[in-house]
Write a protein that binds this ligand. Structure first.
Ligand code: FAD
Length: 620
């Protein structure tokens, strides 16, 4: 007889999305199973051994503020910490850290193992089990009503069944994955690992559309064979800033990265061999990330450049393996060897792993509600690279929210949906479900309209109360948060009530040339105020940028009036004759939850919105 197991939530895949999803669901009380192809790759970094960076660092702080793990794990296992853009305004400051890749992975796995309510098990999931939902109705792409399905469980290799009430799919780059190095092709979502074919078939049978993307990775080198003496050293920050609001200080020693660059010989070699690159030979025709191009793409697109930077990043404390950031490639092995040996400092370097590109299936995310539940199948959630995104941070953030929403739906509680003005994660999910993706999606600061509000330094103030409301935040984190808010209020009131030469200290602090230390000279009470540095920094940013912050808040309030007009899920857009056909089709496909979301769909004009608004205000 086949084995049967019963859970509330099943999470498929234990990458960055899956581990956050499973931890979130289990912490919120759902009996959760995390099923993954290989228990030795839980939390594995497929590509660069680093967390954070511009806009991504802000996301890690948001995940942490909501009670997720990524921030604490990188604080524990980071080997080099840098605050990027620290010379710019506070909205642009972005934390980034190199990770000890293996230590990071073990730390994630350990947290999963320790979590109550959570079972980690090595399984290959082959099929999603679903039945018609007697109460459910959805819409086909043409807007016609279609029956909605509801999940009942999953079937794994060997035919064991896991029955459950919600499923979070986080299968990353593994669906029908093919890896390419030059002319050589192999099935697999990551070097040394397998692929999942039957799961794609299962999604298609349930009516989902799947498309193909590609991404790539560079060669890894043996550090013993790198000539560091001719490279430029890049040390970490002297005072490393932690990612997690719970970490007091980073105390471990840091390791340097090293800089070199490509040159005219390398570029010539690549040009001569372009016909052997799968992207140019026609072997791959799916779209890759434009902003994270392979070295062969860079040579073609930026033909005028005669060099590109390469960061040599150590992969850990107990290995000599180096990641070559900046020269992702799928050129054949012999070209990769010659390319590496033509670079300064790498003349004698040994390649430990060759670079490759991977093509995989993803599910266009306009098939999702903002909770990350699929429109077609109730109880089925998608998170991470399967939604067409790229990056560990983007994946982890989606995982956390999908896991939380799966647990909330079982409690029949309000879902956790973040607004664009509340979080980069709100921008990410709104962009995915509203606009869809035409290339692998990564976060940029320019995607957020309220950057001044979405700073890394205030992620806890924006999100910890929400995490607390839904049960994601531990008592310890909440207590610290409340103490911190109290200290900020105390410091602010002091600045508002003390004066110097006729002006309040708050007014003084607004001046660009005045800092907290000057205020201590103006008032003995401020000098005597005992609060952590973080409180002083927070108050300083809030006071100095109060004008910008207020302007963004006024804009948000104005937008909210329009945004908040709800659109019923069963609304028939095809019954509005005045709407352009294109608008009717787009509205029917995306099924926006409110007027705000409707207006952000690409190709929708203000006139379309005006027509829709009229119908929503005067229901027929
Ligand atoms: P993953 O981390 O891929 O995890 C998926 C998990 O699902 C794995 O644990 C896998 O074992 C499991 N799984 C899959 N199918 C099944 C199944 N049927 N049953 C059970 N378990 C299953 N990101 C960047 O930001 N920049 C880059 O340059 C970049 N380059 C990349 C290059 C390569 C070659 C690869 C593979 C990835 C690259 N990425 C890059 C992407 C980055 O690795 C992902 O965005 C991130 O890991 C996605 O997280 P995830 O949790 O969605 O999926």
């Amino acid at each position: 007889m086949n084995s049967h197991y019963e859970y509330d939530v099943v999470v498929i895949g234990a990458g960055h999305a899956g581990t956050e999803a499973a931890l979130a669901a289990a912490r919120m009380g759902a009996r959760t199973a995390l099923l993954t192809m290989n228990c030795d790759t839980v939390g594995q970094m497929s590509c660069n051994p680093a967390i954070g960076g511009v806009a991504k660092g802000q996301i890690v702080r948001e995940i942490d503020a909501l009670g997720g793990e990524m921030g604490r794990v990188i604080d524990e296992t980071g080997i080099q910490f840098r605050m990027l853009n620290s010379g710019k305004g506070p909205a642009m400051h972005s934390p980034r850290a190199q990770a000890d890749k293996k230590a990071y992975q073990f730390a994630v796995k350990h947290r999963v193992e320790l979590q109550e309510n959570l079972t980690l098990r090595q399984e290959m999931v082959e099929e999603i089990l679903a039945e018609p939902d007697p109460q459910g109705e959805t819409h086909s792409e043409d807007g016609s009503p279609a029956p909605r399905m509801r999940i009942t469980g999953v079937r794994v290799r060997g035919d064991a069944i896991y029955r459950c009430r919600a499923i979070v799919v986080t299968t990353g780059t593994f669906l029908q994955a093919i890896m390419h190095t030059g002319e050589a092709k192999a099935a697999g979502g990551r070097a040394g690992e397998g692929t999942t074919g039957t799961l794609s078939d299962s999604f298609r049978k349930l009516g989902f559309t799947l498309e193909r993307f590609k991404t790539g990775t560079p060669a890894r080198l043996n550090g013993r064979t790198i000539d560091h003496s001719v490279l430029k050293e890049q040390p970490g920050d002297e005072n490393p800033v932690p990612f997690s609001f719970l970490t007091e200080r980073i105390t471990q020693p840091q390791i340097s990265c090293w800089l070199t660059e490509t040159n005219a010989d390398v570029h010539e070699l690549i040009r001569e061999n372009l016909h052997r690159a799968p992207m140019y030979s026609g072997q791959i025709d799916s779209t890759g990330p434009r902003y994270c191009p392979s070295i062969e793409d860079k040579i073609v697109r930026f033909a005028e450049r005669d060099s590109h930077q390469i960061f040599l990043e150590p992969e850990g404390r107990n290995t000599l393996e180096y990641y070559c950031n900046g020269i992702s490639t799928s050129l054949p092995r012999d070209v990769q060897d010659r390319m590496i040996h033509s670079i300064r400092g790498l003349e004698n370097a040994e390649i430990m792993r060759y670079g490759y590109a991977v093509e995989y299936d993803f599910a266009p995310p306009t098939q999702l509600f903002p909770t990350l539940e699929t429109k077609r199948v109730g109880g089925l959630y998608f998170a991470g690279q399967i939604n067409g995104t790229t990056g560990y941070e983007e994946a982890a953030g989606q995982g956390l929210l999908a896991g939380a929403n799966a647990a909330l739906s079982l409690q029949e509680a309000e879902p956790l949906i973040l607004d664009r003005s509340q979080a980069y994660l709100g921008v990410l999910i709104d962009d995915l479900v509203t606009k869809g993706v035409d290339e692998p999606y990564r976060m940029f600061t320019s995607r957020a309209e309220y950057r001044m509000l979405l700073r890394h330094d205030n992620a806890d103030r924006r999100l910890t109360p929400l995490g607390h409301r839904v049960g994601l935040v531990t008592a310890d984190r909440w207590e610290r948060h409340e103490r911190y808010e109290g200290e900020i209020q105390r410091a602010l009131s002091l600045l508002q009530s003390r004066r110097h030469e006729g002006n309040t200290l708050e007014e003084w602090l607004r001046r660009p040339e005045i800092g907290w230390d000057d205020l201590c000279g103006f008032s003995a009470d401020v000098a005597a105020l005992e609060v952590p540095d973080r409180v002083r920094q927070q108050v300083t940013v809030e006071v100095k940028y109060a004008g910008y912050i207020r302007r963004q808040q006024v804009e948000i309030e104005r937008q909210e009036k329009v945004q908040s007009v709800p659109i019923p899920t069963t609304f028939d857009f095809h019954a509005i004759p005045q709407l352009r056909v294109e608008a009717r089709e787009k509205f029917s496909r995306v099924r926006p939850a409110n007027l705000g979301q409707a207006g952000r769909i690409s190709g929708i004009t203000p006139a379309d919105l005006a027509v829709l608004m009229l119908y929503l205000k005067e229901p027929r």
